[in-house]
Design a protein around this ligand. Structure first.
Ligand SMILES: *Cc1c(COP(=O)(O)O)cnc(C)c1O
Length: 388
């Protein structure tokens, strides 16, 4: 039995997978079991932020795994302390809770917002505004938070208490932000929803209403955070910092890690016994995260991301079949004129390039360390796939 047959016989069919068995990787290149190489413009799904098997990251992870691979959160580890210190500093936040995924980071944020409100105002002020077309995860509660009807099937009853507002519709936001609301949760750039950035005016209004009504702001930066946009946090592009910020995907360079960060307002909401995670803050993942932060929290590295993004976008704009670009920095949505995004992704794969899709767009989340030479190589293949 080959790998794909064995896989399909034993793993649940929750993904439509490409017939490609990944075996190894180096920088931007992934290699399949037949030795065919692919330039990866998706870097996992933005998870392999330093590319495949970056030397500094491998060294950090390997030396940690040889020391101690895990210990329960009833004890302390130095590497978790070091990572927490660097992360809160880079994000300009006070405290962090570590989980293992984006959904878990968002669960934590939701619990914080509801408990903040319960502690201060008592019951009944539990609703959370999220945006239409958002994506917040796959647990029953984060599916509920996700403002897309396609995700609200089969698993009834969903968690109550989410109200959906149309992104960039200030009137809708004003109408729905009533006294039952404890939090507004949003992505600065909706990733899975189609790589659509919020308008500055709308973001300003979220923060204005939140301030006025003591509503907690939660920015889901699971996809946009840790340097992706050329700023450490996407919120920095809007000059805003939410009360609670969630990170995951690229934070540990491809190891499972989620982080929920709090500012002054929410840092002491969760107390002993109110939240937890067996694996959260795992030493090996923290070591990987530290290797990522050594680069992604550095101003010159972030400026380099901005330059690469500009170069990338210029190259894309020159392709005839491209009609518009969206997103910020190295989070890129490509609107194409006549082709279907899924067909383009398939054709790119055949030609040795991996791209993602989001709704009707081709989506790129290349490694933050990508070289100009590799951008050129990948763009050439993408242009070919788009022109055939
Ligand atoms: C991917 C994603 C999530 C979910 O992360 P998981 O690690 O799959 O649980 C949540 N929010 C956003 C914005 C995401 O892009």
């Amino acid at each position: 039995m080959n790998t794909i047959e064995k896989f399909n016989e034993n793993v649940m069919a929750t993904y439509g997978r490409y017939p490609l068995v990944m075996e190894s990787g180096s920088d931007v290149l992934a290699t399949d079991e037949n030795g065919k190489e692919y330039i990866d413009f998706g870097s996992g799904i933005g998870t392999n932020s330093l590319g495949y098997c970056n030397n500094d990251w491998v060294d950090a992870v390997c030396s940690q795994v040889k020391k101690i691979q895990h210990t329960s959160n009833y004890y302390y580890t130095k590497v978790q302390a070091d990572f927490a210190e660097k992360l809160t500093e880079a994000a300009g936040m006070e405290k962090v809770f570590f989980g293992n995924s984006g959904a878990e980071a968002n669960e934590c944020a939701i619990k914080i917002a509801r408990k903040y409100s319960f502690d201060k105002y008592g019951k009944g002020r539990h609703n959370i505004i999220t945006l239409v077309n958002s994506f917040h995860g796959r647990t029953v509660t984060t599916l509920s938070a996700t403002g897309q009807d396609v995700f609200h099937n089969y698993f009834f009853p969903f968690t109550e208490g989410f109200i959906y507002v149309t992104a960039n519709d200030i009137e809708d936001l004003r109408a729905k932000a009533d006294d039952s609301v404890c939090a507004i949760m949003f992505e600065y750039i909706q990733g899975e929803g189609g790589v659509n950035a919020l308008n500055k005016d709308f973001v300003d209004e979220i923060f204005r209403i939140a301030e006025e009504k003591d509503i907690i702001t939660i920015s889901d930066e699971v996809q946009t955070g840790v340097g992706r946009t050329g700023e450490f946090l996407a919120g920095d592009n809007f000059g805003k910092k939410a009360d609670v910020i969630t990170l995951a995907k690229g934070i540990a360079g491809g190891l499972p890690m989620g982080a929920c960060l709090t500012g002054k307002k929410c840092s002491s909401v969760l107390t002993a016994g109110t939240h937890g995670s067996t694996f959260g803050g795992n030493p090996v993942c923290c070591a990987g995260g530290l290797a990522v932060l050594k680069k992604a929290a550095d101003r010159s590295f972030l400026d380099e991301i901005k330059k690469k993004a500009e170069y990338f976008r210029k190259g894309l704009s020159a392709i005839e079949e491209v009609s518009a670009l969206s997103g910020i920095g190295l989070m890129i949505g490509i609107t194409i004129k006549n082709k279907k995004a899924g067909d383009v992704a398939k054709s790119c794969l055949d030609k040795g390039l991996l791209v993602l899709t989001a709704k009707d767009k081709v989506r790129l989340l290349p490694p933050l360390t990508i070289s100009y030479e590799d951008i050129d190589k990948g763009l050439k293949i993408l242009a070919e796939a788009l022109s055939e």
